[in-house]
Design a binder for this molecule. Sequence first.
Ligand code: NAD
Length: 496
Amino acid sequence: MTARINHWIGGVSTPGSSTRTAPVHNPATGECTAEVLLADQADVDAAVADAKRAAAEWRHASLSERSSVLFAFRELLHRHADELAAVVTAEHGKVLADAAGEVARGLENVEFATGVPQLLKGGFSEQASVGVDVYSIRQPLGVVAGITPFNFPVMVPLWMCANAIACGNAFVLKPSEKDPSASLFLADLWQHAGLPDGVFTVLQGDKVAVDGLLAHPDVAAVSFVGSTPIARSIYETGTAHGKRVQALGGAKNHMVVLPDADVDLAADAAVSAAYGAAGERCMAISVTVAVGDVGDRLVDAIAARLPKLRVGDGASPDTDMGPLITAEHRDRVAGYVAAGAESGATVVVDGREADVPRTGFFLGTTLLDRVTPDMSVYTDEIFGPVLCVVRAETYDEALAVVNGNPYANGTAIFTRDGGAARRFQFDVEVGMVGINVPIPVPVAYYSFGGWKASLFGDTHMYGPEGVSFYTRGKVVTSRWPDPATSQVDLGFPRTR
Ligand code: NAD
């Protein structure tokens, strides 16, 4: 019998009412390891109803109680990090060290949220007018939903739920149906940390569950992370239903390498950031823009590193790069390599010819040189182990390439010239910038988000903007006058 992956509603694992399922695979073996239930509208209604009940109670929890739960959750996550990483590897395919890195970066968000008493401090203005004080408070929204992608089944849910829960909301997670088990592991840890049942819910599912959440009158806000077409539609549908929405989309991240850069350092960074997690990271470097005469040296240095990467089962400690998420996705990525070659790119290393395990969804690393912005390998997010090199004569030409791309999640510049780096930071139209840092994912006390087609909405995720997203402000104007001085005054109140 294939294992069945349930929902988590009201603090218990439940199959709900729908009998639709989707297969879950171990991408390293190609085996179907479980079937995940896919919620129908009745499951959405049950999950949201329970979350609504829980939210009404949880908003009364004191800041110190919420903080205590978060500290306990932090300890449990820390203690079970290796087990959780193994759960991720078994369904996603990324190597264990990478999965452990994902857990660690997710943990940062929990640590940030333990500071909720500080984060929710309002302002107070004594004597704003004579005898009048004004102060601000931030309150939870109620039930908030998070819809997450397959590529970070722990970190992205933690980007959202740590702050949402700390701020006093109930959080309904709709994880990716491709690797759903980590969400239940998190649910169990939250429960052991003392979080009241219903404050963290897992609703397994696909578009049906998402559409149900987007239209549900009791869901106040939606956080989404995934591909750009879905992000755009989530934003449009969610806001049309009167919800607060932040929807983070896809990416095409460029790494600009200036002629003065240390070529070995830049090549190490490009290889790590392009092929880590088989390129299935929203902050992966998928384009290197080589400026001036650095191009040939850089391409040679990257190509020299690729045969050394060990491709195999991510559960083995000897592996550097695991498989892709599904057979279909592997074939789609391989199709892009073919399209790149047909459109005139130079195939320096061809991942289709690599000696990789035949079971599972593996593809070797590909390096395409002399890619131009009109090619599909450049315009589309490939989300696989394919690095494109675009050649540019000058810094200005390189900048125009980066700013001309509709995606604007992350970017990096590699140089020894501080002035050039600062100019790039000032000029580039991208939300997250690395200076000699290829994957500039901000630490948890800043916020994460791209620009343009990489983010729909006006708040970035986690950090201070996350706290703001999951709360609404209230301003109180207060006075305690002496009744003896009271009189009728129809004039518009003004400060005195
Ligand atoms: P996806 O867009 O296919 O799916 C994301 C979520 O949306 C999943 O929970 C999925 O079940 C749901 N979904 C899928 N199709 C839907 C539909 N038609 N209607 C409603 N919901 C739907 O993305 P994915 O393949 O899981 O993840 C990879 C993508 O996510 C890449 O494009 C990557 O760049 C992006 N991503 C972005 C960030 C970021 O921070 N900007 C982070 C991680 C991943």
